[in-house]
Design a protein around this ligand. Structure first.
Ligand SMILES: [Zn+2]
Length: 341
């Protein structure tokens, strides 16, 4: 940790790449596991910490899905969502686009409408009681195939979910080519949703091109391998297509071998709009404040630089112009006040 950490802790922030179930802290997972004692997920916080040590990306997906299995009724969904917002408010995250995977819940028998009602109820309570504005990205779990794509698209298009702003694609990339999801993204985009697929996390730059060309991505989840293709970096910079960079996640899943080798510096040097995010924070032993500290070190940032990073996330968000201006002004006011001390 750097001495910038107290500044970061109070900095108003927006987070654009963070998963619903992946944000379940040991406290929340323990509560859910206690409600469902037949689950293999331990309830003891220390045993949970061991349980969350990943051998590789495939193992991470396996553990992640066992936590997904704890979300069995609308009450679980509501509890998880509200408690995630509480963890965000403690980090002064003011706005978050939370990636939720309705398919994981509806396949367990939670009706679409009940799922949407649970997250919407939590969203409204979080905004009123915790001051955290939540919006949703409904994502296709790539490993579950086209059936999950159809179901996710149907729910996104049919349910009148007020907080829904975008449409994503997660899960493993290897063996799950992006172009096959084009018809689903076309329908979601036609319904007014913004395209934000994961791409180039565990595969090369071609996957990012596929996400841009076939899925009409407006932001890229991770995009770690973009730095291997100078023409792609140029394209991202020129078209102001932001990357949702999650440094510690990339180490935990072995997408990047060493934090000091993380390509974020090259992305910034190429003029790409970089945002910093936590992905599945408790599972990776991190949170957004820690990730800002990591970014400050990797990018050699001071307070003003960190404020700039926070404003990148505001710019790259799907907030309306008034919402963006308000949050950016809060960041500026906080930073000016801090530097006057
Ligand atoms: Zn992710």
């Amino acid at each position: 940790m750097t001495d910038l950490q107290p500044f970061i802790a109070g900095l108003p922030k927006a987070e654009l790449h963070v998963h619903h179930v992946g944000s379940a802290s040991p406290r929340i997972v323990s509560a859910l596991a206690s409600r469902h004692p037949d689950s293999p997920v331990p309830t003891d916080p220390e045993a949970l910490a061991d349980y969350f040590v990943f051998r590789d990306f495939a193992h991470f997906i396996e553990v992640y899905l066992s936590v997904v299995d704890l979300i069995r009724d609308a009450q679980d969904v509501r509890l998880l969502t509200y408690e995630v917002a509480r963890d965000m408010s403690r980090q002064n995250i003011r706005y978050a686009e939370l990636t939720v995977t309705p398919f994981s819940s509806t396949r367990r028998g939670i009706p679409d409408a009940e799922f949407v009602e649970a997250i919407e109820d939590a969203r409204k309570a979080a905004e009123a009681e915790l001051g955290v504005v939540l919006r949703w990205c409904f994502d296709i779990p790539g490993e579950a195939g086209l059936e999950s794509a159809e179901e996710t698209t149907r729910i996104a298009v049919e349910q009148q979910c007020e907080g829904l702003v975008s449409f994503g694609l997660g899960g493993p990339e290897i063996g799950v080519p992006r172009p096959q999801f084009k018809p689903y993204f076309d329908r979601a985009i036609a319904a007014g949703l913004r395209s934000v697929p994961h791409a180039g996390e565990t595969t090369g730059p071609q996957t990012i091109w596929d996400a841009l060309n076939d899925l009409r991505a407006e932001r890229i989840g991770h995009g770690t391998s973009a730095t291997r293709d100078p023409r792609l970096l140029e394209h991202l910079a020129e078209h102001r297509i932001p990357l949702e960079v999650c440094p510690t996640s990339n180490i935990a899943t072995r997408a990047v071998t060493d934090l000091d080798q993380h390509p974020v510096k090259d992305m910034v040097a190429a003029g790409v709009l970089v945002t910093i995010n936590s992905d599945d924070p408790p599972m990776f032993g991190t949170d957004l404040n820690t990730e800002y500290g990591v970014a400050a070190r990797l990018l050699d940032l001071d307070e003003s630089g960190l404020a700039g990073l926070a404003k990148n996330a505001v710019e790259a968000s799907f907030l309306d112009p008034a919402g963006k201006a308000k949050l950016a002004a809060e960041i500026d006011a906080y930073t000016a006040e801090w530097l006057r001390r």
